[in-house]
Design a protein around this ligand. Structure first.
Ligand code: 5GP
Length: 232
């Protein structure tokens, strides 16, 4: 494979993530002031199986860090973190012609009381990265569906007010600047810690050797700085 065809990697450290969340939390506390965090997560790392790449979201760590900063930025509010598990199944290169369905699979959800839990709350969905946006779009649509289901149990006269008092927002640590394959409804509250190029981000929780991971992260910064200097 030539260099041009290789996916560019960028190593992200725990400290990078922590600081990106810190930078955003005072604004989120004032503007959105969430009542509940819904972390998108899965327990294992991305892998390829039967020529289908399975991308697994991991918003647990960012959500937990966010809770610490939101507590500082609010009246010591201790936010509940709920978890949903989603995996994005997509064909890997060369199998598109086989028309394998690309879809987001639920591996964990909020339980039978999901709608009750969400209704009337300001819910912030948290994930580590917005890549194609399919995962976030799916999560938002399905959580809203749970709210609509719960509204059917409420008196018709109360439904509009209850619906209006239920707000959803999104926080991702990184948003990749690239054409997205799914859309979010216009006006969706959306925060990203950082806008990044379309590179493959290596997260620290995927590493089995954190010192080596941090060394590679420092090297990425060094190389990027050297490349910028060469350009000027
Ligand atoms: P989506 O394409 O739906 O926006 O992202 C699906 C999932 O793919 C993300 O939640 C994440 O787990 C995984 N993913 C996408 N891009 C990257 C990346 O650059 N690095 C890592 N580690 N995972 C990614």
């Amino acid at each position: 494979m030539s260099n041009e065809n290789q996916v560019k990697h960028w190593h992200v450290t725990y400290n990078n993530i922590h600081n990106l969340i810190r930078k955003n939390c005072s604004k989120i506390a004032v503007d959105f002031n969430p009542d509940l965090l819904v972390a998108i997560g899965m327990s294992s790392s991305p892998f390829t199986c039967h020529r289908i790449r399975i991308n697994q979201a991991l918003g647990f760590f960012p959500a937990r860090v966010m809770r610490t900063f939101l507590r500082e930025a609010t009246t010591k509010k201790t936010l509940q973190i709920q978890a949903i598990g989603l995996s994005l199944y997509e064909p890997v290169e060369g199998v598109a012609e086989e028309k394998i369905a690309e879809e987001v699979i639920r591996t964990q959800w909020l339980g039978a009381e999901a709608g009750k839990m969400l209704l009337g709350k300001r819910v912030l969905i948290v994930d580590e990265v917005d890549d194609t946006r399919k995962t976030l779009s799916y999560a938002l649509t399905e959580l809203k569906r749970d709210v609509e289901t719960e509204l059917l149990n409420r008196p018709e006269a109360d439904r509009d007010a209850l619906r209006a008092s239920t707000k959803f927002g999104i926080f991702v640590v990184h948003n990749k600047n690239k054409p997205k394959l799914a859309e979010l409804p216009e006006g969706t509250t959306y925060y990203s810690g950082e806008e990044v190029d379309d590179v493959w981000l290596d997260y620290p929780w995927e590493s089995t050797d954190i010192e080596e991971h941090d060394r590679l992260a420092a090297l990425d910064v060094e190389n990027a700085t050297a490349a910028t200097k060469k350009d000027v």
